[in-house]
Ligand binder design. Structure first.
Ligand code: PLP
Length: 443
């Protein structure tokens, strides 16, 4: 028996031993198509020779140098590359080891910014009910994912949660998508006014919602209105691109497709593509200079900031996503995946919505397509689909959750960008088989 503390103590998963392109292989030799890149991590598959060479080479030269004493070439090169491709005025990069750390850093930077510029009363954070921003206590409070928050609720800071931009369920009959987006964006303004405009520090959102809802993109105009409101009231816009960023939606940063740029953004997952644990927070020069010209010290830090091996691996990843055209490939293959999903499930009586951007796609399971009534939560449909797909050799990322009182079951697909047309067929066939098997058992 191993002494590893597993995620589920009552069902130990198979032991993964090897990666091969889009596949993971367990110790019995069974191959699993990684249809969700784990959790939207493995954007380049599991055996990319360039990334492996980059991290091996760097480990041979310099594995670690604490940022309390040194900077390093891999961290500098990666920061430059990210800023070269970042939207708007993003200008500085702070490296960490994962998504939760990146989002915690973003919150602390926002708070310190207002201290530096003499607005210490700004402390309120507004986020959305349909969101996940990480599992550490600060960002767990910001997320709206009820089942993750519930056990720890006495430990969480107070955060306002407004409606998500969730067209499938939120748009009223006869309302245009644009008007719907403006209506839900305006909830931000109402909440700022309710809290007192001078007391609000930041609005936090995922450009395309991932884990809690299965690749929910905003409607056109939503984020432009959000940006306008933030600017009007001096509220910082923090975009969480931990899951949807790094080419996943077809552009390096997901928000590029909404025509806006944040004040602070967080990335992780696809940044290291699973080869190294790395995340980053990017901020504008305005925020950085407030600290540079003020206290001169960001009061935050972690041991592995700017880890040279992680940075070298991520540099190889981002080079492939940008110059190597892999983000553009995600856009192209994403369109093909969407078409294949629509072809297979477009008329399915229990698939209510097929959505997403690039290779970030979601399906929402419903009991009744006309009324959009969800299945009873006790059926645990999402968990059963995950298990049936895994049995069939497909890794996908199903989730169930309550948003605005509605329990939904969805399946998130986020395959490696290297997948082929045949492999799109494999994903759709295996997923379809898993969904049919599970539905056959529903009374
Ligand atoms: N933010 C988003 C949008 C995420 O999807 C996740 C993880 O799923 C996180 C933050 C937290 O990232 P990590 O698990 O690397 O801490």
């Amino acid at each position: 028996m191993s002494h590893v503390f597993p995620r589920h103590t009552k069902s130990i998963p198979p032991r993964a031993t090897r990666g091969d392109g889009c596949y993971l292989i367990d110790e019995t030799g069974k191959r699993y198509f990684d249809g969700s890149g784990g959790a939207a991590v493995s954007c380049l598959g599991h055996s990319d020779p360039d990334v492996i060479a980059a991290l091996q080479d760097q480990a041979g030269k310099l594995a670690f140098a604490h940022t309390g004493f040194f900077t390093s070439e891999p961290a500098e090169d990666l920061a430059d590359l990210l800023i070269e491709h970042a939207p708007g005025a993003l200008d500085r990069v702070y490296f960490v080891s994962g998504g939760s750390e990146a989002m915690e850093s973003a919150l602390k930077l926002a708070r310190q910014y207002y201290l530096e510029i003499g607005e210490p009363q700004r402390r309120h954070v507004i986020a959305r009910r349909q969101s996940y921003h990480g599992n550490t206590l600060g960002v767990l409070a910001v997320g709206g994912n009820m089942w993750r928050r519930e056990p720890f609720s006495p430990l969480l800071m107070d955060v306002s949660h407004i409606s998500p931009c969730y067209e499938y369920r939120g748009r009223a009959e006869g309302e245009s998508a644009f008007d719907y987006g403006q209506r839900v964006a305006n909830e931000l303004e109402a909440e700022i006014l309710r809290l007192g405009p001078d007391s609000v520090m930041a609005f936090v959102a995922e450009p395309v919602v991932g884990a809690t809802a299965g690749a929910v993109p905003p409607v056109e105009g939503y984020f432009k209105r959000v940006r306008e409101i933030c600017d009007q009231y001096g509220v910082l816009l923090i975009l969480d691109e931990v899951m949807c960023g790094m080419g996943r939606t077809g552009t390096l940063f997901a928000c590029e497709q909404d025509g806006i740029a944040p004040d602070i953004t967080a990335i992780a997952k696809g940044l290291g593509a699973g080869y190294q644990p790395i995340g980053a927070m990017l901020c504008t020069d305005k925020i950085y200079s407030a600290i540079e010209n003020g206290s001169g010290f960001f009061q935050h830090g972690h041991t592995y900031i700017g880890h040279p091996v992680a940075a070298a691996a991520a540099h190889a990843v981002v080079t492939k996503l940008t110059g190597g055209g892999m983000a553009a490939r995600a856009m192209d293959m994403g369109g093909r995946l969407q078409a294949a999903l629509e072809d297979r499930f477009g008329q399915h009586p229990h698939i209510g919505d097929i959505r997403g951007r690039g290779l970030f796609r979601g399906l929402e399971l419903v009991q009744n397509r006309e009324t959009k009534a969800p299945f009873a939560p006790e059926l645990k449909l999402h968990a059963n689909v995950k298990a049936a797909a895994f049995q069939a050799g497909l890794i996908c990322y199903p989730m169930g959750g309550t948003v605005d009182g509605i329990q939904g079951d969805h399946v998130l697909l986020a395959p490696p960008f290297i997948l082929s047309d045949n492999q799109i067929g494999e994903v759709v066939d295996k997923l379809s088989g898993a969904i049919d098997t599970v539905l056959a058992g529903v009374p």
